[in-house]
Design a protein around this ligand. Structure first.
Ligand SMILES: *Cc1c(COP(=O)(O)O)cnc(C)c1O
Length: 499
């Protein structure tokens, strides 16, 4: 068995090794996808559950399945979605997680160090993101990603804004459910106020019983729809019989831009929320990492936009995006542990409690009970890279994104979008653009992606097709990647003109 494992790990490593001479492909070839598809077990084959043994299975996984996966981890030029890659130390830590398969659901300090490592990682993240004193973020946990963190954010917000309108000491949503608690509190509706909220916010609203229609877009203007209109927020907060959660896009997933201009607006919003009993949730999946960029004038605008986020009631952070740990990994912070336990507490299970400790049993502060030791890769990255190493990794991502934005601006063939009145220094890790020629624009995303050397996302901006570049990998090499991207763009435009 030991031999099999060693050989398997060796083969895995060799299958993902990337040579510096030849950049990894961003996409598998169609033949590789076809071959993988054909290799899948056929339910019509009566023998399909007979078991082929581990050696044959490993061969199948490495020879058929692996070549048909995309290059999001292996190529620094996979700029679709916001995927991130995996730092080597994070992959190593993740293999330790699998090898030990530690369940991290109950705080068992005489039996395993896992919950304490998890808490150490969460506290280090509070430090990295400069959110203030760890005591101000008593509610903290690892999740499966920003979607799960947004679910917790809306669940906590719902719990708190309704509880605030109930008599002191009364049961809240966690006990009574949304309908019962709202009836007792005299609340007709709970609304989620946002600007270009991520689609997962609407999904979260559905899951926690508020409904997708509870999410209300309050854009500051046509030009800057990612910005939240604070006057509209105040108008909404004044409505009688309606409780509100404010969800800040920080940053917004199509443009990377921030809902607020900085600490002054955030303080205003905080005052409004306090006056009207609203909850502020920050969806900072990738944007909050602007706070961890190097202290340098180059990044001061971004840092200003992200300043003040520490005044929120709850915060979503993604691990598997800019922090470059493997899927699936997210983080959730909220101020009071009691709000999180009101939502997530397992009842009547004294054996599940963490005992006297400031470390909560994860099962009472998160969605899952049994769960993976997903804190370990984050812990490893924070230890290995430190504040400075992470700052430099993030800076490389921003510099490449800005280089691409500038190249688009300078190009006769393409237009940089969402950039009216914006400076290049407003660019974080996302660049949105389109081709000037409509016919090229129609096929631009497919043309870029079919080359297998660069991968971008397709989206819409103001009703028209657009290309979205999201730079999120530690593998970024600013000079080389920028030169390559410029060349792809120029040659695509050239071929279109001559073709
Ligand atoms: C990616 C993203 C999400 C969803 O995150 P998952 O990690 O995919 O669950 C939510 N909000 C924002 C702003 C995002 O960028």
């Amino acid at each position: 068995m030991a031999d099999f494992m060693e050989e398997a790990y060796r083969r895995i490593r060799s299958s993902v090794s990337v040579s510096s001479a030849e950049p990894a492909s961003t996409l598998p070839k169609l033949e590789q996808l076809d071959a993988a598809r054909t290799s899948l077990p056929k339910l019509s084959d009566g023998n399909y559950l007979n078991g082929t043994g581990q050696q044959k299975t490993l061969d199948h996984l490495l020879n058929d399945i692996a070549p048909a996966l995309n290059g999001q981890n292996l190529s620094g030029r996979y700029h679709g979605f916001v995927t991130g890659s995996t730092l080597p130390i994070a992959e190593v830590a993740d293999n330790i997680v699998s090898a030990y398969d530690q369940n991290v659901q109950v705080h068992l300090p005489t039996q395993t160090i896992a919950t304490e490592v998890e808490d150490a990682a969460l506290k280090m993240l509070i430090g990295l993101l400069e959110l203030g004193d760890v005591a101000d973020w008593e509610g903290r946990t690892f999740t499966t990603g920003a979607t799960a963190s947004n679910i917790l954010g809306l669940a906590c917000g719902r719990e708190a804004v309704i509880q605030a309108r109930l008599p002191k000491g009364a049961d809240g949503v966690g006990e009574l459910g949304l309908l019962g608690a709202c009836a007792q509190a005299g609340i007709r509706d709970v609304q989620v106020l946002t600007s270009m909220g991520h689609s997962s916010l609407s999904k979260a609203a559905s899951i926690v019983g508020l409904g997708r229609k509870s999410v209300k877009e309050l854009p500051h203007s046509d030009h800057e729809p990612w910005r939240l209109d604070l006057h509209a927020v105040e108008r909404e907060l004044k409505r009688q019989g309606i409780a509100s959660i404010i969800a800040l896009s920080a940053g917004e997933v199509n443009t990377g831009r921030f809902a607020l201009t900085g600490v002054e607006e955030m303080q205003k919003l905080r005052d409004l929320a306090d006056r009207y009993g609203a909850w502020i949730h920050v969806d900072g999946a990738f944007g909050i990492f602007a706070r961890a960029l190097p202290v340098d004038p180059e990044f001061s605008r971004l840092k200003a936009y992200a300043a003040g986020l520490e005044l929120a009631d709850s915060i979503t952070v993604d691990g598997h995006k800019l922090l470059n740990v493997p899927y699936d990994n997210g983080i959730f912070f909220t101020r009071k542990a009691s709000v999180l336990t009101s939502v997530c507490q397992n009842p009547n299970a004294a054996y599940l409690s963490g005992g006297a400790s400031d470390i909560q049993s994860p099962l009472n502060v998160g969605i899952e009970n049994s769960r993976r030791f997903r804190a370990l890769p984050v812990y490893a990255v924070l230890l290995s890279e430190g504040r400075e190493g992470i700052a430099h990794m993030l800076a490389r991502m921003v510099r490449l994104a800005r280089g691409i934005a500038q190249a688009i601006k300078d190009s006769p063939d393409y237009v940089l979008l969402a950039s009216e009145a914006a400076s290049i220094e407003d660019t974080h890790i996302i660049v949105l653009f389109r081709a000037k020629d409509e016919r090229l624009n129609d096929v631009l995303v497919e043309t870029i992606n079919s080359g297998g050397l660069w991968y971008v996302g397709g989206t819409k901006w103001k009703g028209q097709k657009a290309v979205r570049v999201a730079v999120a990998s530690w593998r970024v090499n600013v000079e080389e990647d920028l030169a390559a991207v410029k060349q792809y763009l120029a040659s695509i435009a050239q071929q279109h003109k001559s073709g």
